[in-house]
Design a protein around this ligand. Structure first.
Ligand SMILES: Cc1ncc(COP(=O)(O)O)c(C=O)c1O
Length: 327
């Protein structure tokens, strides 16, 4: 076993697991990156590290400075742990609709938390705009700007995509995941296409997001809604610009929940809903690519972050979501 010299070296180089149930269901080979093994238990640690180190390299932050960000939670957790390891403060602005566990984790990490009501992106009260204003008003602070800061997707071009390629010995036919900022989707897509143009890159979009329609018919248009945290985008962020998109699926919360429950019961994996949506998308992509195809996706974060929501029957019922069947 290797010994790492600091916590930040624990970010990335995550294991890849073959998922039995999804592979059987698709008659294919479905593999998933275990991003919940990062120190902050989500894929967003990668973006947090790259964003902070990019700001340091460009001289935008000095010792003792502050990192400010608007986030659904996981990026804040990644930024707070990177900041702690490097001696910075963090101010995190987050919609009050996000899970209690994420708020408690951020407070435990010592981040200063600013909760704002959920608001449309066009509103000046939206968490992204609020975080930018706070960064502008704070001395020696950077605004991480995960949506439009392409240091985010670089983490996935040089990290996640390279790891998937090596872990699969270059034998990969397709990749799919959902989009929050687009860093993971565009970064892995671009990285894998650099390796082999023939790899099919598919978007798995939740209801309520506008990207499925955009890539299918060129119009940013949404229908329905989703309770999945961290995903569901309504615009083309800088991270998404130029993303290779060969095909797209629209995935319901019910389909995502089906896989969340099956992966928990049959494979002992406790995951968030964006992971379930990614796995549902991977099954669709593998079916489209044909028997025996090899498809990769992302398990974005740990389900322990959603014990009060996704894993709470009363919460599910209140959201009108069916409690997945359990034998
Ligand atoms: C749980 C979860 N899944 C998926 C994503 C999407 O990742 P990205 O921002 O790279 O598109 C996020 C982003 O915050 C997330 O928190």
């Amino acid at each position: 076993m290797q010994v790492t010299q600091d916590t930040l070296a624990l970010i990335g180089n995550t294991p890849l697991v073959r998922l039995k149930g999804p592979s059987e269901a698709a008659g294919a080979e479905i593999f998933a990156k275990c991003e919940f093994t990062n120190p902050g238990a989500s894929v967003k640690d990668r973006a947090a590290l790259f964003i902070v180190e990019d700001a340091e390299a460009r001289g935008l932050i000095r010792p003792g400075g502050t990192i400010v960000e608007g986030t659904a939670g996981n990026t804040g957790i990644g930024l707070a742990l990177v900041a702690n390891a490097k001696g910075y403060r963090t101010i995190i602005v987050m919609p009050e609709t996000q899970s209690r566990e994420k708020m408690d984790t951020l407070r435990a990490l010592g981040a200063e938390l600013v909760l704002v009501p959920a608001a449309p992106y066009a509103s000046p009260c939206h968490f992204v705009h609020t975080s930018r204003r706070i960064a502008e008003e704070t001395e020696n602070a950077i605004w991480a700007n995960q949506f439009d800061n392409v240091a985010n997707r670089r983490a996935h071009i040089v990290g996640t995509a390279e790891e998937i390629w090596e872990q699969m010995d270059g034998r990969i036919d397709g990749f799919t995941c959902a989009v929050g900022t687009g860093g993971t989707f565009a970064g892995v897509g671009l990285g894998l296409k650099q390796k082999d143009e023939r790899i099919t890159i598919a978007l798995s979009d939740p209801f309520g997001a506008a990207l499925y329609e955009y890539y299918a018919c060129g119009e940013l248009k949404s229908e329905g809604s989703s309770v999945a945290e961290g995903i569901g985008q309504g615009r083309i962020t800088a991270n998404l610009e130029g993303a290779p998109v060969d095909t797209q699926f629209r995935i319901s919360d019910e389909d995502g929940l089906h896989w969340v429950r099956r992966l928990l019961d049959e494979e002992g994996l406790c995951l968030g809903l964006s992971s379930g949506i990614n796995v549902a998308g991977a099954v669709q992509l593998a079916r489209k690519l044909g028997p025996g195809s090899r498809v990769a996706t992302i398990l974005c974060d740990t389900g322990f972050r959603y014990l009060s929501t996704l894993y709470n029957p009363e919460w599910l019922e209140a959201k009108g979501l069916p409690l997945p069947e359990r034998d």
